[in-house]
Design a protein around this ligand. Structure first.
Ligand code: SAH
Length: 234
């Protein structure tokens, strides 16, 4: 009898936990609201980006105790001093690289894996690099469980990019660097675009768009942003 009650309690508890692991109507409504109030209202027009953010369950990329904030208009701490970027910034950076024209994209700063998932719905393959081992492991596990087979993830210093799979149609850097790492410029395809927050980690930085045309590098300052710092490996 005792064992039966115990089993029942464990079963109920597991059901409760696994329920919060999934998507449902309530979360879909919250995503639609996020798209209307934060993304479309601020001028994001690329349908591929909007559709992708409609699909990706952002609440499964934030810590359990923060699920209720998952669709709020801001970044959310994900541990180890890092954050998942504000939804609008994810949309903006993704729209800028013109994702429907991209096959292969490199992301530096996997964090939760959310931005990689948003891009992976649109392009053929995403390569993403994360320097913090714990976050790398968590994101790898999460992306595998959610079935993102076209995302490859590596635990390394993203300063060096991911040479084996270069060149990339686009490179998205999600941590603020003092300068654009030269290996990333090298790994950008001719005609490719890179989006990177540049500036001091203690101040507001600028989102910079880098383009490679006829072997020349062009850069354009876009909007002011606040990102966590780009750190260097030992
Ligand atoms: N794109 C992420 C947001 C990540 S925040 C998301 O969607 O959740 C920035 C991430 O960049 C952090 O996880 C940080 O650990 C990582 N990072 C900082 N410097 C790095 C470097 N040199 N190489 C790789 N990752 C780095």
């Amino acid at each position: 009898m005792k064992t039966t009650i115990f089993t029942l309690i464990i079963f109920t508890f597991t059901c409760f936990l696994s329920h919060s692991q999934f998507d449902n109507e309530e979360f879909r409504k919250q995503r639609e609201r996020m798209l209307n109030l934060q993304i479309k209202a601020r001028g994001i027009k690329d349908e591929s980006v909007i559709n992708s953010m409609r699909k990706v369950p952002r609440h499964l990329f934030v810590p359990r105790n923060r699920i209720s904030e998952a669709y709020d208009d801001g970044p959310i701490p994900i541990g180890y001093g890092q954050t998942i970027s504000q939804p609008y910034i994810v949309a903006y950076m993704t729209e800028v690289i013109n994702p429907t024209k991209c096959k292969k994209v490199l992301e530096i700063g996997t964090g939760s894996g959310y931005h990689a998932a948003v891009i992976a719905q649109i392009v053929d393959s995403v390569y993403t690099v994360e320097i913090i081992t714990e976050l790398y492991k968590e994101a790898k596990d999460r992306l595998e469980k959610l079935g993102y087979k076209n995302i490859k993830i590596k635990n390394a210093d993203g300063y060096y990019g991911w040479k084996e799979h270069a060149p990339y149609d686009a490179i998205v850097v999600t941590a603020a660097a003092e300068f654009v790492p030269p290996p990333l410029i090298e790994q950008l395809k001719e005609g490719g675009k890179m989006i990177i927050p540049v500036g001091s980690p203690f101040f507001t930085q600028t989102l910079v768009l880098i383009e490679k045309k006829d072997g020349k590098i062009y850069s354009k300052n876009l909007i002011p942003v606040r990102f966590v710092p780009f750190v260097r490996g030992k």
